[in-house]
Design a protein around this ligand. Structure first.
Ligand SMILES: [Zn+2]
Ligand SMILES: [Zn+2]
Length: 271
């Protein structure tokens, strides 16, 4: 198994991360990764803790540019991206932002469901938990239909980390109608599906999305995938990549993608 590029990681520029970007770089080099893409959080209008996920874009850009000059080599590259917390009403603001900053890579993610962060247990209270999950998938569909200027959809099904039933949950079967619609929308608009291994650090036994959903994406014709560990600490850089690389290979994927200047470049997946 070749070493895989980690295209989702955070630094101290994110409101929930203390790790300096240099530390992430040194860890990735130690792991012999071919490259990394920084994707710090920007979640405007985050009602749970207003301002927590604002991002100092100019400072972030300047810092990563300096690190690129310092650490880029023939065997190691650093790209500059962002993880946007999508909400339908933010679409015009996000479009404007992306006109102003030349990111290599944009992850679109859902961190709130109709303004509520499902990280907090109250999201699941006072209703059947399947209804909570259905609402989550519905809101993703709304996000995708109102905004398509992202490259890869981040950690689809990650809300299952927080709900009842632990990692035994089937994140596809009961929601197949909604998930299929989401996957078809992504494919139709040439958007990648992100394979996020961050779930493993939360005690889960599957990536986000789960194997069932990844396979469904493949069967529907989806071939654009990106891979990221969503590390907020150095010990999670490239987490479980060999296992996930094998899982993807077994499904049928022979390539994964790294976005540079918003264009996908294919990298091989081997047995
Ligand atoms: Zn995220
Ligand atoms: Zn993230």
């Amino acid at each position: 198994m070749t070493r895989l590029w980690d295209a989702h990681m955070h630094t101290s520029f994110s409101g929930d991360c203390q790790t300096p970007p240099e530390d992430m770089i040194l860890k990735a080099k130690e792991l012999n990764l071919p490259g990394i893409t920084f994707t710090d959080h920007l979640d405007w209008d985050y009602k749970e803790e207003p301002g927590l996920f604002d991002l100092d874009l100019d400072a972030y850009r300047n810092r990563i540019q300096k690190l690129q000059q310092q650490y880029t080599s023939e065997n190691f590259q650093i790209l500059w991206g962002i993880e946007l917390g999508l909400q339908p009403h933010l679409a015009p603001r996000h479009r404007k932002l992306l006109e102003s900053y030349p990111f290599d890579f944009v992850i679109g993610s859902s961190h709130v469901v109709h303004s509520v962060d499902p990280y907090y247990p109250s999201y699941f209270e006072d209703r059947a938990w399947k209804d909570s999950y259905r609402e989550y998938y519905c809101s993703i569909l709304e996000n995708i239909q109102s905004f398509d200027d992202f490259d890869s959809y981040g950690h689809l099904d990650y809300v299952f980390r927080y709900g009842p039933e632990g990692s035994a949950k089937d994140t596809y079967t009961d929601y197949a109608d909604l998930v299929d619609t989401i996957l078809k929308e992504l494919i139709r608009h040439d958007k990648a599906l992100e394979i996020n291994t961050g779930a493993y650090r939360c005690g889960m036994t599957k990536p986000n999305p789960s194997q069932k959903i990844i396979k469904r994406y493949y069967d529907l014709g989806g071939r654009l995938i990106t891979i990221g560990a969503d590390a907020h600490k150095t010990e999670h850089v490239g987490l479980n990549f060999p296992m996930v690389g094998q899982l993807l290979y077994n499904i049928g994927f022979r390539e994964y993608y790294v976005y540079k200047k918003r264009q996908p470049a294919a990298f091989p997946l081997t047995d």
